[in-house]
Design a protein around this ligand. Structure first.
Ligand code: SF4
Length: 385
């Protein structure tokens, strides 16, 4: 690094230490000229200022009601044509059974996303939320990405804000952050030209925030995008968060190429995973949390990421399909005991949270007794703050 670059880095370090916002050019410099360990050290300053030594996890399950999808995003290994050999649609009974399993094992959250099934009416998607919420009101339903909300608007001709309000009244708890991919049109039009564009994705999250619903945000990296596209993406999110404050967590998602139309690309390296994690923490100064999603990163990288900006490792995640279809080799499930051990091993303090980041206090002696197929009735399940 020459003298000019050293001076530039010192300026940025000073900004980070004094909690001063970084610019687009600062981000480019960090991404393109600063070594990984320095980037991690800077990100860790922000991470510990916001969340101390805590690493959050939650106890959740995933529910993907169908993989039939009208769109054909190039990076997607999950979707199927209506008559494809892998096509499935869950019945109401199967959906309720999955929700019952989640409830019985003490989950606080059900994460619900899926394909856009062109033969299913709007009411089918609404009914999923209604029947689960009526049967298991304790489960927080984090459901449907902005791409799905945009699809519901196309199905009905109604404004997305009205639709979000109707789902909220039926039991919707919050929105996941999927479907953001890369906002920049140079990339978006090449990897997912049909689905909701950046403006619609951001508008739908703004509307959710205005209705009192919290949401997450993601970025799919490591395919055909570059530093400029990633920074553009992060700053668009930061700008919306300045206006609404409704985002909770940012989740950088590593691209998995297997079984996709981009299978000729390599998957991102661990070094890139950690760089993107750190850069996200540094640029998104108004996001409370950054998540190292272990399903995509793998467990060892997720553990290291807890020192590169991340303060959340996601959940126990049972029945994950989307990234396993794309070649993820991480386990299908981690137990609470395993998650807590992995966090402790990384030198952080494990704290169970619910979807809205309230601390969950439970009787771990009871949790330990649970095994698949056996209902878990929690003796203590309360949320602090
Ligand atoms: S990423 Fe989502 S919208 Fe795109 S093809 Fe896959 S399931 Fe469909």
């Amino acid at each position: 690094m020459d003298r000019t670059a050293e001076y530039r880095l010192a300026e940025i370090r000073d900004k980070v230490q004094n909690n001063i916002r970084l610019t687009y050019d600062d981000g480019l410099f960090l991404d393109q000229q600063v070594d990984l360990l320095t980037l991690g050290e800077l990100a860790n300053i922000v991470r510990e200022r916001k969340n101390g030594n805590i690493a959050y996890y939650n106890v959740n399950e995933h529910l993907n009601p169908t993989n039939v999808c009208v769109y054909r995003c190039n990076f997607c290994a999950f979707r199927s044509d209506l008559k494809g050999p892998r096509a499935y649609v869950m019945s109401d009974e199967q959906i309720l059974e999955r929700a019952r399993e989640a409830n019985d094992r003490g989950c606080t959250e059900l994460h619900i996303v899926g394909g856009l099934h062109h033969l299913k009416p709007y009411e089918w998607y609404l009914n999923i939320i209604r029947i689960i919420h009526n049967a298991f009101p304790r489960l927080h339903l984090k459901a449907y990405t902005a791409v799905e909300w945009d699809w519901f608007a196309r199905l009905t001709g109604r404004p997305t804000k009205d639709i979000l309000a109707e789902f909220r009244d039926a039991g919707l708890g919050s929105l996941p952050g999927g479907g953001a991919e890369i906002f920049h049109p140079e990339v978006r039009e090449r990897i997912c030209e049909h689905k909701a564009n950046a403006e619609n994705w951001l508008r739908i999250h703004q509307e959710a925030h205005e209705l009192g619903l919290r949401s997450n945000a993601t970025m799919l990296y490591g395919h055909i995008e570059n530093s400029h596209h990633r920074l553009d993406h992060l700053l668009r999110l930061r700008e919306l968060q300045d206006r609404t404050g409704g985002f909770q967590t940012f989740i950088p998602l590593a691209f998995h190429p297997d079984n996709t139309k981009l299978a000729h690309l390599s998957k991102p390296s661990v070094l890139m995973d950690l760089r993107v994690m750190a850069l996200s923490r540094l640029m998104l100064d108004n996001f409370p949390h950054i998540k190292a999603y272990w399903i995509m990163l793998g467990i060892p990288t997720a553990q290291i990421a807890l020192s590169f900006g991340a303060d959340d490792i996601d959940g126990t995640v049972v029945h994950e399909k989307i990234y396993h279809d794309a070649g993820s080799t991480s386990p299908q499930e981690l137990t609470v005991e395993e998650i807590r051990r992995l966090i402790l091993e990384a030198g952080r303090t494990p704290v169970e949270r619910d979807t809205l980041y309230h601390e969950v206090i439970r009787d771990h002696a009871v949790s330990r007794q649970w095994s698949p197929g056996k209902p878990l009735h929690l003796e203590v399940l309360t949320t602090a703050n």
